[in-house]
Design a protein around this ligand. Sequence first.
Ligand SMILES: Nc1ncnc2c1ncn2[C@@H]1O[C@H](COP(=O)(O)OP(=O)(O)O)[C@@H](O)[C@H]1O
Ligand SMILES: [Mg+2]
Length: 347
Amino acid sequence: MTAQPAASTTPVAISNESPEILLEAHRVSRRFGGLLAVRAVDLVIPAGGIISIIGPNGAGKTTFFNVVAGIIDPSGGTVSFRGRVLITMPRRVWLESLAWVVPSAIAVLVGLLLGAGSAGEAGILVTLAVAVGLMVVVLVTAIARPRWYQDVLARVGIIRSARPNDVVAAGVGRTFQNIRLFQNMTVLENVLVGMHLKLRSNLLDHIISSRRQAAEEAQAVIRARELLRLVGLRGREDELAKNLPYGDQRRLEVARALGNDPVLLLLDEPTAGMNPRETSEMTALIARLRDDLGIAILLIEHDMRVVMGISDRITVLDHGERIAEGTPDEVRRDPRVIEAYLGRPAE
Ligand SMILES: Nc1ncnc2c1ncn2[C@@H]1O[C@H](COP(=O)(O)OP(=O)(O)O)[C@@H](O)[C@H]1O
Ligand SMILES: [Mg+2]
């Protein structure tokens, strides 16, 4: 069956005044060979909202998550963050490397036309110097990828989707379905690693080990300790990550993701493998992130019970398709949702 999901996006209404829309996924699809793992899925996340995606194993939740996080490219559709398209199908990316040599080539041509006759060897040297200089400037720009550079590329039809780092820099933090901590680093170090994007000291500062760098590091340590307290890991700063119990490792991942001050946090099955007590602690922590820090949350879960109490709205995926969207109560009563969950053996 390849029925199209309901095409319209349902407007999100959480309070009377409509909050800013942080993230909007529009008809996101992802194909793996012959398998359409995610089919034209729409999703809206308002500022400060807790939005959940649930669905049986294999429904496409992690695939959707990875597309939004910039880890895999979509096969169709877009994801906008704060009104700007971040994620899209890449187009004509191969042309970009051509753009790097064009300014230098033009410099050489102009140099040859103007200087070849009159200035002789000196003219050729100057032309070469200008061409090499231009090449260096263009390449440095291409590496730094400032916004205007990307806009220029987009204008000539070269579209690159955001990479994971770009997504984090835009203000979207995330944790993964499988724990990805630096197991042999301490708890505190794991959080500090997550903050590297925020440190502003430049290379020169590092070389001369400036006061600014020292101040920033001290500030980072203070912030990291705050975050550890927030997730309930106070007093554990110097333990090795690998020695923490499973539930604490998951909370450490959350603290690390908070290190870049995200406005939106993506959590892929944060309670996977947890016992009931750890699960309810994690659920309470997620609610606290929103209430205390004002962070919006996209929560991916396969256990429906986890999301019922804390979600503003829930999207249900099955076989890559959105089969329901609504408040927890609406979703719970939806016959298609009941069938998706009860119509097959439980995992
Ligand atoms: N890298 C991949 N290559 C091929 N198939 C994949 C890949 N990742 C996921 N899939 C398939 O896509 C479907 C959705 O998987 P996934 O997004 O992990 O589901 P969920 O997180 O809801 O359990 C599954 O059938 C899975 O086997
Ligand atoms: Mg998954």
